[in-house]
Design a protein around this ligand. Structure first.
Ligand code: FES
Length: 108
């Protein structure tokens, strides 16, 4: 958890349902996520899913990390109550946004 000062890219996503925010920072080496961290300003479910997505994505290739879905994150936490499913959007979407920004920045 926390800001990554030397991140290669930062994903940023807001939850339209509640107005909460999440930032996902990635450090990439080759095509793998070498380091990842998050700052989430939201509910406990949003923080838990953000934390889980960092565990799931670390060491994966960018391609593999792009395939992590909101449902994968929720399932890794043994599910979320239906009313909290929208909270898992922050984690997966934030990760995907970080990867997209990294790719945009580094395309040749
Ligand atoms: Fe806002 Fe959960 S209530 S992310």
């Amino acid at each position: 958890m926390g800001e990554m000062k030397d991140a290669d890219a930062m994903g940023e996503v807001g939850n339209p349902t509640c107005g909460d925010m999440s930032y996902i920072y990635i450090k990439v080496e080759g095509d793998k996520i070498k380091n990842i961290s998050f700052q989430t300003f939201g509910c406990a479910a949003a923080i838990a899913t953000s934390s889980m997505v960092t565990e799931m994505a670390k060491g994966k290739t960018l391609e593999e990390a792009m395939e992590i879905t909101r449902n994968d994150v929720a399932e890794a936490l043994d599910g979320l109550p239906p009313i909290k499913m929208h909270c898992s959007n922050l984690a997966a979407d934030g990760l995907h946004d970080a990867i997209k920004k990294f790719r945009e920045k580094n395309k040749s």
